[in-house]
Write a protein that binds this ligand. Structure first.
Ligand SMILES: Cc1ncc(COP(=O)(O)O)c(C=O)c1O
Length: 421
């Protein structure tokens, strides 16, 4: 379909999404290009469409050295192109994997990691006139994916409502930024959060209420990169998408869920992510086509062996047991880190999920200077988060046995940061 026709269809089916499109988003439409023409002729006896080197019956003339690396995967799957929107069976399987009753969802599109899903959202909806609203601190790559690439202004609010040990997610801060908005805006929410390791508890009800009540066109992106890694009761385990999408008024609100195998299935190098829209019918098809166009323009199509591996994992009868084992391991580390922090006299911001703990520093210490000292004096690598003057500790990548030593070494440089009892 031509871009004008797509936009008209979207205006009819999801006026809110249509009003949110960036200029690039409005122009995006798949040409009658090679993948499209090839798909139309896939049942033909003789196919001279795609530039793949095959035996004429669909088997690639693959090099033994490469085929050997993918022994468990049919070479017709591992070595051939997948469609720009990803392997259809994988899209369907991921859709089922995260389906929840009564939650509207487009067929997920496969992206090259969670990052590309975010970049596609940025391209579709962000621009110099559309602010991106983010809790501070946030994952630093958002500056590049959204701000640098699209020129959108980034409006921030403090992630926590206050600096205390019982602080919750700052719904009032987000609401105050939304009140400034007069036109289209994008809100990005990432739970479990990087870098804080926090997921909301009871405050999620207020959060949903604030987002649903916003009177102007709004896109909410849920970055669910750390989906499932939750260690305390009574906090948000399901995606915020599942709370918002069933209630989102298509006149105003589109919810985009970005997630992936990277952390959820512990497949960091696989580069398999997914993008799902809270739209259905023809409107969902339009958004999927526009997103697919952007992927085709940058990547042509994603990595087939990784997609095949994720599909195999989703079809594995003991997937739930395998992911539960990883969750158990991380929960154990989370509990062990809390003990070690206490013993070392270090204060962390409230955290209950994900992969990280954030250690705020007193104003007399500079996070980057402390990070340098930790490298050179203690042989400890952590991430400095200057916007919070804090250190981010990735407890997911250090074994629990070393936490007493890790925290001791950090305390040797920063001293005791825990409040005096
Ligand atoms: C919050 C957040 N979103 C997205 C990503 C990117 O995920 P991927 O590696 O799948 O692109 C990360 C990775 O660290 C992350 O922390």
């Amino acid at each position: 379909m031509r871009a004008d026709d797509l936009n008209t269809t979207l205006e009819r089916g999801h006026p809110g999404a249509a009003r949110m499109l960036s200029q690039l988003g409005r122009r995006a439409a798949l040409p009658l290009g090679i993948p499209f023409q090839a798909a139309q002729s896939r049942h033909c006896e003789l196919q001279a469409t795609i530039g793949e080197i095959t035996d004429g019956a669909g088997r690639p003339l693959g090099l033994h050295a490469i085929e050997e690396c993918f022994r468990g995967i049919d070479p017709r799957l591992a070595l051939r192109y997948v469609p720009p929107a990803g392997l259809m069976s994988l899209r369907e399987a991921w859709g089922r994997h995260h389906a929840a009753p009564g939650v509207p969802a487009s067929l997920p599109i496969v992206t090259a990691g969670v990052t590309q899903g975010l970049a596609v959202c940025a391209d579709l909806f962000c621009g110099p006139d559309t602010p991106l609203i983010l809790g501070l601190p946030y994952w630093d790559n958002y500056d590049v994916t959204f701000g640098l690439r699209t020129g959108c202004p980034i409006w921030t609010y403090d992630f926590y409502e206050h600096g205390g040990s019982d602080a919750r997610f700052n719904v009032a801060g987000l609401a105050a930024q939304l009140e400034r908005v007069r036109g289209p805006a994008v809100v990005l929410l990432n739970f479990p959060n990087n870098p804080t390791g926090y997921s909301p508890g009871v405050e999620v009800e207020d959060l949903v209420r604030v987002l649903l009540a916003h009177p102007h066109p709004l896109v909410v992106i849920t970055d669910d990169a750390y989906h499932g890694y939750v260690y305390e009761p009574d906090i948000l385990v399901e995606s915020l998408y599942d709370r918002l999408a069933p209630l989102a008024d298509p006149q105003r609100l589109l919810v985009c869920r970005v997630d992936g195998a990277t952390k959820e299935l512990v497949f960091f190098g696989g580069r398999v992510g997914f993008l799902t829209f809270s739209a259905s019918g023809a409107a969902a098809d339009v958004l999927v086509e526009k997103a697919t166009t952007l992927i085709r323009g940058v990547l042509s199509s994603g990595p087939a062996p990784s997609q095949a591996a994720v599909l195999a994992a989703l079809n594995s009868p003991d997937l739930a047991a395998q992911t539960a084992a990883v969750l158990d391991e991380l929960r154990g580390r989370y509990l062990a880190l809390k003990v070690a922090l206490l013993a070392a006299g270090l204060r962390a911001s409230p955290f209950n999920s994900g992969c990280f703990a954030l250690l705020p520093l007193p104003a007399t210490l500079d996070a980057e200077a402390v990070r340098q000292r930790l490298i050179h004096e203690q042989s400890v690598g952590v991430i400095a988060v200057p916007s919070a003057n804090a250190l981010r500790v990735a407890f997911c990548s250090v074994s629990a046995a070393t936490y007493p030593e890790l925290t001791r070494r950090i305390a040797a440089v920063v001293g005791s940061t825990a409040p005096k009892l």
